[in-house]
Design a protein around this ligand. Structure first.
Ligand SMILES: [Fe+2]
Length: 389
């Protein structure tokens, strides 16, 4: 038997954020901790959200100290702030880092165990305080997922997976993306595409995840260029919805080698999550496609690739399409292009194999494979020698 747990109440549409106060009234909250970063505050994104809270009689305390790839210290600071301010609910506004920080703080508020003892699958015992998430990028999916990722003292990104981590309400408001810098739309959009393709092609694939993933790929393929290159508002909204759908797909089916390898690059070299995935994606599709040619061919067709006569050839054409898409969106071809060297390579390889996503990747993976994929993605050499078919 399989089961699917989706707890979020999803509200979407232009202006959806303006009902935030009503949501916290329904959740019986009186004072919420707003979890965000300084950039969101400076951009004025919180102004009408806070007005909605005030109009509904909800008070708030602002925690704006979220850092990219939040670590244990950041999560503890947010927990302490919540307790000192005597809050009874949490509102995360931002990208994956803000939402993941709120989830991590929530874990510590209601569970007395040390944070890292709750890492992994289904270790969380008590529900978080009521959490509402408002994403401001089109990549994380964290507003609907059962996952948070926290960086430990050794720079490793540690996943926590539990249905208790799923926010009570996810609010998808396209207006919040209208002024998002294009390079962030590009990187987070390819992160969402990666969520969808990993859920679609890994060994955990199932009908529910496939339905969400296929629709997400279709929407991203159609909208990512106008969203990035023209800041087209309708396309940006579609990207936000697609990102959430992709988030649901990986909540159901989990991920694969791209995320297993990108987390160490972010942890050790500080490359933002979306960008690390976007750079790695074509290399790993090229490696993975022989593990599940049919699903990779389906992915390719949803990207607009025509049937090439066999699943393998269609899947390979899909890799070329992703390379072309990345180029058009201004995604660098390699980590060396953004000044990242491979000095932490052996640590990265070691951490890759700590990921539970390795076991469900579309293709079996050896240490030598990971070494070769990292070497190629650092130097920008495609196709990979390991997969020349
Ligand atoms: Fe991701």
């Amino acid at each position: 038997m399989s089961s699917i747990y989706l707890a979020s109440h999803i509200q979407f549409g232009v202006g959806a954020r303006l009902n935030i106060g009503g949501n916290f009234c329904s959740l019986n909250c009186k004072k919420v901790m707003v979890v965000t970063d300084e950039g969101i505050v400076k951009a004025g994104i919180l102004d009408d959200i806070i007005k909605s809270l005030s109009d509904s009689g909800i008070t708030y305390a602002l925690f704006d100290k979220v850092i990219p790839d939040p670590d244990v210290t950041c999560v503890h600071k947010a927990r302490d702030f919540y307790l000192v301010e005597n809050c009874d609910g949490m509102l995360a506004v931002g990208g994956g880092s803000s939402i993941d920080t709120a989830k991590g703080a929530g874990l510590l508020i209601t569970n007395s165990d040390p944070l890292m003892s709750l890492a992994g699958l289904d270790k969380v015992k008590n529900p978080l305080p009521p959490l509402v998430a408002i994403p401001t990028t089109c990549g994380t999916g964290s507003e609907v997922t059962n996952v948070t990722v926290i960086t430990d003292e050794q720079h490793a990104k540690i996943p926590f997976v539990s249905s208790l981590l799923t926010p009570k309400v996810a609010i998808l408001d396209p207006e919040l993306l209208y002024k998002l810098p294009s390079h962030i739309v590009a990187a987070t959009g390819i992160d969402a595409l990666t969520h969808a393709v990993e859920a679609l092609t890994n060994k955990n694939e199932n009908w529910y995840a496939d339905a969400c993933a296929i629709q997400a790929v279709r929407m991203i393929s159609k909208n990512i260029r106008p969203a990035v290159l023209n800041q087209d508002e309708k396309a940006l909204g579609e990207m936000l919805y697609a990102s959430s759908l992709a988030g649901i797909s990986f909540t159901v089916a989990r991920l694969g080698l791209v995320h297993a390898m990108s987390h160490p690059v972010s942890g050790f070299a500080g490359v933002p999550h979306g960008l690390a995935n976007a750079i790695l994606l074509p290399y790993i599709l090229d490696f993975n496609l022989v593990g599940n040619p049919e699903a990779h061919a389906l992915f390719a067709k949803e990207l607009g690739v025509s049937d090439q006569g066999s699943a393998i050839q269609t899947a390979k054409a899909g890799v070329q399409e992703v390379i072309k898409m990345n180029q058009e969106l201004g995604i660098p071809k390699s980590f060396s292009e953004i000044g990242v060297n491979d000095e932490c390579m052996s640590n990265m390889i070691e951490d890759t194999f700590k990921s539970p996503n390795i076991a469900i990747n579309a293709r079996e993976v050896t240490r030598k494979d990971v070494e070769e994929i990292y070497a190629a993605s650092f130097s920008g050499k495609l196709p990979l020698a390991v997969t020349s078919i």
